[in-house]
Design a protein around this ligand. Structure first.
Ligand code: TYM
Length: 376
């Protein structure tokens, strides 16, 4: 956890604030940078560098090299990722899921996906259990809409499926002291005890494959770096329980549409939800913070600053796959050849086109959710 007083940056599983310094997170969290050499090794299996790797959206890892070395020797791995269903899914959440799907396709591996309706209930004061459970189901539709393989995707709805998790959660919990949990997660005297036990449950899907199939293989977790504290405590207990340490590949945060900070559901006007109407998307994008100048005349003369512009980030993360077109857009912006209004309208159109398709697939997914629900 990064202390708020030292610097504006705060990155915890429950809060991300300020300008995120990713280099500093690698040092403070003790993770490894994703080197070109490792990316090359990954390309041996995937055949191409996924745009999110090419653009360095995934930037850090733990034990990805170990997992690939074991894979070389014939030991498979499983994928694991998840969602805390506290509301609708925003397009930032889709970033690690899109990459997870790429890995599932390329490595033909199982994915365990945890819907943590229990976590969101204990952590969020104002949410009722019926609400987080309802969102878990609604959020699963977003995951399915991305096209995951039903045979190889196992969604765990925590509250409903707790009997599958509880024995391993107890084994994990018994081996994490309160002092470790406090130091890792910043628990206070006022923290409710449901929350204090909870990290043991997020650890379980790292190990559940062995229980379900008898195969002891490592898990690889694609997620943004905010989830890393969970893996630190899980990695500490893994070998004591006879499992491989779970490996991680960490991505950056898609920023919100305001100044600084990640896209976060708690700030709905600067977040684009997958269920937003075309009008709200247009409105939110129209009000976004850009790197533009005070007047059109000034901008034409001196150019704008794509490096601080949220709109440019959206092209960079999700909405312009061609590197050539992206570079050209950046050049024209810097030279004052395009104005912010033009970029905003173009982006809103692209986002709405994507969402129209996504929303259709999301509705179709209602009929097939059970196919993805972990069998037990
Ligand atoms: P949650 O619901 O906060 O986030 C779901 C996933 O989205 C990532 N994420 C983002 N990625 C890019 N840009 C953003 N602005 C952004 N905001 C969030 C998160 O890192 C996460 O990968 N406790 C978890 C649920 C969970 C989980 C897991 C997540 C259970 N097991 C295993 C990842 C891996 C949670 O509340 O995620």
């Amino acid at each position: 956890m990064v202390n708020e007083e030292k610097n504006e940056m705060v990155v915890t599983p429950w809060e991300v604030k300020g300008k995120v310094d990713y280099e500093r997170l690698i040092k403070e969290f003790g993770t490894q940078p994703l080197t070109d050499e490792l990316l090359e090794k990954l390309t041996k299996y995937t055949g191409e560098l996924h745009p999110q790797l090419r653009r360095k959206l995934f930037f850090s890892h733990r034990d990805l090299d170990t997992v690939l070395n074991l894979y070389d020797k014939g030991l498979k791995f499983v994928l694991y990722t998840g969602r805390g269903p506290s509301g609708p899914v925003h397009i930032g959440h889709l970033v690690p899921w899109i990459f997870t799907k790429h890995l599932q396709e390329k490595f033909k591996t199982r994915l365990y996906f945890q819907m943590t309706d229990d976590e969101k209930f204990v952590v969020e004061d104002e949410l009722k259990l019926e609400e987080t459970t309802k969102y878990a189901y609604e959020n699963a539709l977003d995951l399915i809409a991305l096209g995951f393989e039903p045979e190889d995707t196992f969604i765990i709805f925590d509250v409903q499926d707790i009997h599958l998790l509880y024995d391993i959660a107890l084994e994990v919990a018994k081996r994490i002291t309160y002092s470790t949990a406090k130091a890792t997660f910043g628990f206070q005297d006022s923290t409710n005890i449901g929350w204090i036990f909870w990290p043991a449950i997020q650890a379980v899907p790292c190990f559940i494959h062995a229980k379900l199939t008898g195969e002891n293989v490592p898990a690889l977790i694609p997620a943004a770096i905010d989830q890393d504290p969970y893996w630190r405590v899980t990695r500490d207990v893994a070998q004591k329980l006879g499992y491989y340490k779970p490996a991680q590949i960490h991505c950056r945060f898609l920023p919100g549409l305001g100044i600084g900070g990640k896209m976060s559901a708690s700030e709905p006007e600067t977040s684009i939800f997958t269920t937003d109407s075309p009008e709200s998307v247009k409105r939110k994008i129209w009000n976004a913070f850009t790197g533009g100048k005070g007047t059109a005349t000034e901008q034409r003369k001196t150019g704008a600053e794509p490096n601080i512009c949220t709109i440019f980030q959206y092209y960079y993360y999700l909405f312009e796959e061609s590197d050539k077109k992206l570079t050209e857009k950046e050049r024209r912006c810097r030279n004052g050849e395009i104005l912010c209004g033009e970029c905003k309208m173009d982006l809103a159109e692209r986002v709405n086109r994507f969402l129209a398709e996504h929303q259709k697939k999301r509705e179709k997914a209602r009929k097939i959710v059970e196919k993805f629900h972990i069998k037990h």
